[in-house]
Design a protein around this ligand. Sequence first.
Ligand code: ZN
Ligand code: ZN
Length: 208
Amino acid sequence: MLKIEKFELGPVQTNAYLLSTEDGSRGVVIDPGMNPKPLLKRIEGMQIEAILLTHAHFDHIGGVDEIRKWKGCPVYLHDAEADWLTDARKNGSARWPELGALIESEPADYALDEGMTLEVLGERLQVFHTPGHSPGSVSFLYANKYLFSGDVLFRLSVGRTDLTGGSERVLLETIHGKLFELADDVVVYPGHGGKTTIGYEREHNPYV
Ligand SMILES: [Zn+2]
Ligand SMILES: [Zn+2]
């Protein structure tokens, strides 16, 4: 069983997640955001096998280049946002200069898509394409039990749909057609805020 740790990073409290093996020797990072110092400190001495991105908004990618160069690990991102890491306008960092420097980094190494299974740290992560908040948003399901949902579904809220490629209709289709198809007890680890479960959101989320 992988260990799951959360780090709230940067000016809009973006959640980065570290999945690591029991002995702490190897890990995978999901969404290394801006000002990633606490995360960097934690992964000193840890082999990082991959950086997985739920999507390429600036607040989720600020730490990508530093970690990938330091650890020599590949970056995974959905193809619909293939040119967002390299484009400060598309990833939004050009729109909110007061929040930090422009982010323009190398493109991702591998493309994610619906139905893929990633083998990481000796475990399997299922990939769901979950657009609506952004066109290339994906969610990662680990052990049929832990869902990393990015900015698609939050505790009692959903992702905004007014940014590049966003669509409220698509977001609701994603949540009803994919995420709410999962079991009630699946734990949701979102891109912002605290964790929740699919059952709790199906019952109480006012936006769906
Ligand atoms: Zn976002
Ligand atoms: Zn975000």
